[in-house]
Design a protein around this ligand. Structure first.
Ligand code: SF4
Length: 405
């Protein structure tokens, strides 16, 4: 079984440019997401890309699955230009990428990166031919390429090779360890072929996605030791709602804490009618709660308990959180440093004053919120006590004034 050498820890990952965004080489971990519109519908797709980008997605991936979708890609770029949105687009190709990139050169040129799954480029002798074809397009148009293996569409030829080798071992490896080896071999062998064809090493990113948390951690730890290509992290098919969020966070937090991962995508299944932007917000919140990046002022809020006798406190915490997120795009231009600030919204005197004093700006209700009065703390000092019906608005004004000064 082929063993790949371990790369010494001190060797940084290559720095790859995806449009104007740098991934790897010590750059901040990049947030990305993916549309779920029919790409052939250019306007609808452009609107969703704009929505994802405004929510914080720094690059956006789109499905390019047929000629209509490929022909729509330059139109999507035009629509984004008209909206004033500048965001690198990644084309997600399976099975027919070689044909589409050749047939629609405007698509090949408009994309910033091509995503290829080595398990889905072709069978047998066609596999390397199709793969090489795509890499030649990337070279021609000076594009980055993510070589992304996924355990659900594993390269059958490599799997057969490893299973055969394993059957001859005295102590065969368990199936999940074979899968790790197959995924890693799949992307590293493809990356070696891409470089042989002429794609520079600083144009290549890798991913090896699995859907179980422990598997994902294990396979990325192994891959991280064996290459200098930047790694795209994501728990594939994470699922819906809290399960998807918790599973993605559990897996990615462990890896990110170990310095593994250069760009992340949270693959959440949206509820019917739910906005796609949730996956972007979750990705940002993972990075921000870990202290790796700062996107929006962080709200420290207690959960509330029997001391908060109405829902006033919950409304206050929610309104302030929403206010901060909605104002951030504007503040990003004028006061980008405010993303580092802490805002506390606390329900009673038990922990309220302490947390409020520790925050840049904090509000602490007295516990009985039937007729609420709320002392406000700025940089640790009590400055004013808010009362009446406009406590939330008055507090937001205090936060806004603090940011402006
Ligand atoms: Fe309950 Fe007060 Fe603690 Fe909030 S700060 S959870 S209201 S005891």
């Amino acid at each position: 079984m082929q063993q790949y050498p371990v790369i010494p820890e001190f060797r940084e990952k290559y720095s790859v440019k995806v449009g104007g965004v740098t991934v790897g080489g010590g750059a901040p971990v990049v947030v990305q997401s993916m549309t779920n519109t029919d790409t052939a519908h250019a306007l609808k797709t452009a609107i969703q890309i704009a929505e994802l980008h405004r929510a914080g997605s720094e690059v956006v991936r789109i499905t390019v699955n047929n000629e209509a979708a490929a022909r729509a890609v330059p139109k999507i770029s035009e629509q984004l230009d008209k909206m004033g949105i500048v965001v690198p687009l990644i084309g997600d190709f399976h099975y027919n990428g070689h044909k589409l990139l050749n047939a629609v050169p405007e698509c090949a040129a408009a994309l910033a990166k091509y995503r290829i799954n080595p398990g889905n480029v072709g069978r047998g002798s066609k596999r390397d031919v199709h793969f090489t074809d795509i890499i030649e397009q990337a070279i021609r148009y000076d594009k980055a390429v993510r070589i992304g293996a996924n355990w659900g569409s594993i390269d059958q030829a490599i799997l057969a090779r490893f299973m055969d080798e394993n059957s001859q071992r005295k102590n065969p490896l368990p199936t999940n360890e074979i899968i790790y080896q197959v995924l890693i071999a799949s992307v590293l062998e493809s990356a070696a072929l891409a470089e042989k064809v002429g794609l520079p090493s600083n144009k290549i990113l890798l991913s090896v996605k699995m859907s179980q948390v422990q598997d994902l951690i294990n396979v990325y730890q192994l891959l991280h030791q064996r290459c200098r290509y930047p790694l795209h992290l994501g728990l594939t098919e994470a699922g819906m709602g809290s399960k998807g969020i918790v599973a993605s966070t559990a897996a990615l937090a462990v890896l990110l804490q170990q310095g593994i991962g250069d760009t992340i995508r949270i693959s959440l299944t949206p509820e019917p009618g739910e906005s796609r932007t949730k996956e972007v917000i979750v990705a940002q919140e993972i990075l921000q709660t870990m202290g790796l990046r700062h996107f929006v002022p962080q709200v420290t809020a207690c959960p509330g308990c029997g001391r908060t006798s109405s829902d006033f406190f919950q409304h206050l915490a929610k309104d302030i959180q929403t206010f901060l997120r909605e104002k951030m795009p504007e503040w990003q231009k004028t006061h980008p440093g405010c993303a580092q600030m802490q805002v506390a919204v606390m329900g009673c005197v038990v922990n309220g004053p302490g947390e409020s004093k520790a925050a840049n700006v904090g509000i602490s209700l007295p516990g009985n919120d039937e007729a609420p009065v709320a002392p406000v703390y700025v940089d640790g000092e009590k400055t004013v006590t808010l009362k009446g019906d406009n406590i939330a608005q008055d507090f937001m004004q205090i936060v806004e004034d603090y940011i402006a000064t």
